[in-house]
Every structure is written in C-alpha cells, then in structure tokens.
Design a protein around this ligand. Structure first.
Ligand code: PEP
Length: 254
C-alpha cells in the first residue's frame, strides 16, 4: 500500500449553494496547502457549484469532482451532463455508481461500467462505488454482489491501468446510518476486491488501483480504518460537510 497515495474524498451529495461552496473552499484550501504528495484531497460537488469549486481549487492540488455524469458526450439526453462538460468546467474526477444512484435512480452495473470507461477515456478519474445491502450481507451474499459489481466495471475497462480509476467499497447499510463496518470487515472486503483485480487484470493493476472505504467515516473512527493495509482512503458524506471535520479526516490519511 506504500506506493498508492491515500485519497480523502468529500461527497457533498445534494448540499451547498454556490455561496456555501465558496465559503467551504476558502476555508479548506489554505489548510491543505503543503499536503500535495502526501495525500490527495477531492471534493465532489453538485453540478450547480462545481465550476466554482473547480475554479477555486485550480493550482491547489485539491481535485474538484462531480457526483455523476452520463456516458454519451452530447445529444438528446435531457437533464444529463457529459464527461467533456465536466472537464470544460475544470473537474478532474467523478463519482460513478454511488449506491444512492443505483438505488434511487436505477443505475445498472452496465451503465456504471460504461460511465467508468468513458471517464477513463476522457481523462476524468472515476471513483466507482460498490457495496452490498444489509439483506445481502445477512444472507451471506456480500461477495457475490460486490464481486459482480467490480467484474462488470473491470471487464468494460479495456486495457486502462490500475491507476486510472479508484474503487470505493461502501456497504449500503453503513452509509449515512452512523453504522460503520468494523475495520476488519472493511479490510476483508477491500482485500478481496484487490485480489479479484489481480485475478482479472494482474498484480500490477491490483497494486496500482486505489480502493477507498465509505460509510459513516468520522473523526472518531477514521484512524483505525485508515490503518488497514488495503484501505487507501475514504469517501465521506456527512462528515465532509463541515470543513473542520473533513480536515481531521484528511490529517488522519497522511
Ligand atoms: C457516501 O455518501 O459515500 C457516504 C459514505 O456517506 P456517509 O459518510 O454519510 O455515510
């Protein structure tokens, strides 16, 4: 895990006006100055404030990202935004296949795979979310679910290198619930995902791909999660909305 630079990522979800985003970035940027090379910091903002977040982040090392996009570049897709459009406003990354999008907006494994491929081709870093529900875990089908999600993405990826994408293991029962996977559960799932990447694409790919944990990460539990050998960082919802708590998570990832 030593060569993979940790990544701490804020997922604002459907929160923050342009003004609130400006205030957040103005507080965050001076405090992450100097972390470059030690830990990557990303902010996944709503479309309405993304260009402002990207503008403010420019030259800072903080990665501005979107929370979703569509895999076609342009055309009759009312309500959608494309990868070139994200690049146009200065975004360098996007979350893909967050469980809220899979569940509430009917995103399939196939759509997630196409989006991931399009992001990589376009030069946008995809943070691809995978994870099981409580029912699936209780029924002993965690790995069936997660491995299927990972396979769909990797099989659609062509020969892109492991460093061109990031996975986030986010057990759905731990998102926004205050319930966190134990550090051992996080390590076990993420270690298995890395093993599967090795089987599918070889050791080098598996060693280069970063895999984050997500699900109720907060200042009180981040250190033990980050201490796990295959955990390369975090994707954080609730605890990323305030600069002070997000900064504690960034510090813990150094
Ligand atoms: C997320 O949205 O990816 C997430 C993990 O949310 P939370 O940290 O609020 O559980």
């Amino acid at each position: 895990a030593q060569e993979r630079r940790p990544l701490m990522a804020a997922n604002w979800k459907m929160n923050k006006t342009v003004r609130e985003a400006q205030d957040y970035m103005a507080a965050l940027l001076p405090r992450v100055d100097g972390l470059a090379g030690e830990v990557d910091v990303a902010v996944f903002a709503p479309f309405t404030c993304l260009s402002e977040v990207a503008r403010m982040a420019e030259g800072s090392g903080v990665i501005a990202g979107a929370q979703n996009f569509f895999y076609e570049d342009s055309g009759a897709y009312t309500g959608e935004v494309s990868a070139p459009m994200l690049l146009d406003v200065g975004a360098r990354a996007s979350i893909v296949g967050h469980s809220e999008r899979r569940e509430l907006f009917c995103e399939t494994d196939e759509a997630v795979a196409r989006k991931t491929r399009r992001a990589v081709e376009a030069g946008l870093l995809p943070v691809v979310c995978v994870g099981e529900t409580k029912e699936e875990r209780d029924a002993g089908r965690m790995w069936e679910k997660v491995s299927g999600q990972v396979r769909a993405v990797v099989e659609g990826l062509g020969d892109a290198p492991g460093g061109s994408l990031v996975f986030a293991y986010e057990p759905i029962w731990a998102i926004g619930t205050g319930e966190t996977a134990s550090p051992e559960d996080a390590q076990e799932a993420i270690g298995r995902i890395r093993g599967l990447l090795g089987e599918l694409r070889g050791e080098k790919f598996a060693e280069e791909a970063r895999i984050l944990y997500g699900g109720s990460i907060k200042p009180g539990n981040v250190s033990e999660i980050m201490a796990q050998k295959d955990v390369d960082g975090g994707l954080v919802g609730g605890a990323s909305l305030e600069v002070d708590s997000f900064l504690q998570l960034v510090e813990a990832a150094r």
